[in-house]
Structures are given as structure tokens and as C-alpha cells.
Design a protein around this ligand. Structure first.
Ligand SMILES: Nc1ncnc2c1ncn2[C@@H]1O[C@H](COP(=O)(O)OP(=O)(O)OP(=O)(O)O)[C@@H](O)[C@H]1O
Length: 259
């Protein structure tokens, strides 16, 4: 379980631009949860993910992972348990390296020998098997540079590479936003398949309301650093896209329709 406990988060402290984003923010993410997080621009979705990953520190409060207080734990240490796929497909892969080298890199993540070993030839069969499930023909392109792949192919690889390691927690930061509708659909289906198969606790930030409604067991809507909707199980199943659009409209009116 991940717990955000009494979190305060400010930006630009001590300046005229000081903003309080989270004030006594609390969130429990249960093992096995697949949460879709939606919300207007600036509502705090990415900041919440950054707090979990450790790229952002709270001014107050605790972050607990599996009973351990990780509030002060560095991001690279947390990354052994927490995987993240970004909006930009180029963030999760190394473009100047081949598919094989990228797969080896992901495979070696967290092990003591690190990069020094280079490509692990004995594991090629395993990499091919993993890549073949993407149905993109990448298993026959092991020597191709990842930089030559399409955005969708790279995002599929980023997802595969992130989940190759034995992570407990997966963060999807608008990971289909930069993809065309068809490719986004394929990546979303692949995501769901991997998350279910590996039973990884997942938080997915998305602006795609259909994905938010269709995937996962829990849906959250953020606004001004608060979760204004948080439904799971059968309650989540009854949430309709129109309900969410209506809530977005209400928020927009309350905020004076400002950007
Ligand atoms: N590094 C920063 N410095 C100052 N303010 C920041 C910083 N990062 C985020 N903010 C502010 O915090 C608020 C929340 O930003 P955040 O990126 O978490 O929102 P979001 O819900 O992910 O938005 P979007 O949907 O546009 O990605 C915004 O008002 C933003 O301007």
C-alpha cells in the first residue's frame, strides 16, 4: 500500500508567487488498485505523481510505501520499486541504443553489475519473447536503434521495459497523450494486460475520459489539490463520461472559466 499522509506542498515558497497546492492531502492506494486520475490543468495530478516518485518533496506529511516511511528516500532508490512511463515516448528508452541494448539495460536495472556488463546475450530469447507479445515485429529488429522507431513503438517498449523489473508500483503519466487514437488504444490495452498479469498497483493520469472510465477499479478527479471524486468497485463502474463532463463544467464555472 502507498499512503500519502497529511501532505502539504507549496511552490515558490517565500516569494510573491507562493502557491499552496496541497494542504493536508491524504490518499491511500491499496495493493492491486488501478486508479485512473483525471482533473483540470493545474489541479495537481503530476505533482501528486512526483511526490510518490520522490522528484518532489512535501513541506509536511509522510509518504509510506508498504509500511516503510519513504518521505526522505531519494528518487533513484524509490525507482527500484516504482516504475514510471511518461507522456513523451522518448523519456522511457534510449534512442541511440539498439532495441537489444535497451532491453538489456531494463533487464539489468537494480542488479549490482549495472551497465558494465553490456548486452546479456543469454537473455536474447527471453527479450524476443517479451517483444513478440507487442505484435509490432520488434523481436526481429533487435539491432535497430530505438530512435528510429515510431512514438507508439517506443511507448510500447517503454512500458515493457518499465515493467520488466520487479516493481510494486506503476505510474503512468499521461502515457497515451502523445499517441494517435489507434496507437493509444493499443498501448492502453497492452497496459491493462500487463497490469493485470503482473498485478501491479497502478496510478494512471489521463485526460482521456473514456480510458479513465473503462480501465481500472478506481477513478479519482482532482481539483485544486483535492480529490473531489474518488470512487472504486461497483461505484466506479457506474461512473459515466457525461457525469465527469458535467463535473468539469461545474469546476470551470466555479473557477470563472479561467485557464
Ligand atoms: N515547479 C513548479 N514551480 C511552480 N509551480 C508549479 C511547479 N510545478 C507545478 N506547479 C504549479 O502547481 C499546480 C499543479 O501543477 P501540476 O502540474 O501538478 O498539475 P496537473 O494537474 O498535472 O496539470 P496538467 O493537467 O496541466 O498536467 C499548477 O498551478 C502549477 O502551476
Amino acid at each position: 500500500m502507498i499512503r500519502l499522509e497529511h501532505i502539504d506542498k507549496y511552490y515558490n515558497i517565500g516569494t510573491i508567487n507562493e502557491v499552496c497546492l496541497f494542504k493536508d492531502f491524504n490518499l491511500d492506494i491499496n495493493d492491486g488498485d488501478f486508479i485512473s486520475v483525471i482533473g483540470s490543468n493545474g489541479s495537481g495530478k503530476t505533482s501528486m505523481l512526483n511526490l510518490i516518485c520522490g522528484s518532489l518533496s512535501p513541506e509536511k506529511g509522510k509518504i509510506i510505501l508498504g509500511g516503510e516511511d519513504i518521505t526522505k528516500q531519494k528518487e533513484f532508490v524509490r525507482s527500484r520499486k516504482i516504475g514510471r512511463v511518461y507522456q513523451d515516448p522518448s523519456m522511457g528508452t534510449c534512442p541511440s541504443m539498439t532495441i537489444l541494448e535497451n532491453m538489456s539495460l531494463a533487464d539489468n536495472k537494480g542488479s549490482s553489475y549495472g551497465l558494465g556488463l553490456g548486452t546479456n546475450k543469454k537473455r536474447i530469447g527471453h527479450y524476443k519473447e517479451l517483444l513478440s507479445r507487442l505484435n509490432l515485429g520488434l523481436e526481429d529488429m533487435l539491432e535497430s536503434k530505438v530512435g528510429s522507431l515510431s512514438g507508439g513503438q517506443r511507448q510500447a517498449m517503454a512500458l515493457l521495459m518499465t515493467t520488466m523489473a520487479d516493481i510494486e508500483f506503476l505510474i503512468l503519466d499521461e502515457h497515451t497523450a502523445a499517441l494517435d487514437p489507434k496507437t493509444a488504444e493499443i498501448i492502453m490495452e497492452l497496459t491493462d494486460e500487463i497490469v493485470r498479469e503482473k498485478n501491479i498497483t497502478t496510478v494512471m493520469v489521463t485526460h482521456n475520459l473514456r480510458f479513465a472510465v473503462e480501465y481500472g477499479n478506481r477513478i479519482m478527479m482532482m481539483h485544486n489539490g483535492n480529490a473531489i471524486i474518488d470512487k472504486s468497485g461497483s461505484e466506479k463502474k457506474s461512473v459515466m463520461i457525461d457525469d465527469l463532463l458535467e463535473r468539469f463544467n461545474e469546476i470551470s464555472i466555479e473557477s470563472g472559466n479561467s485557464l
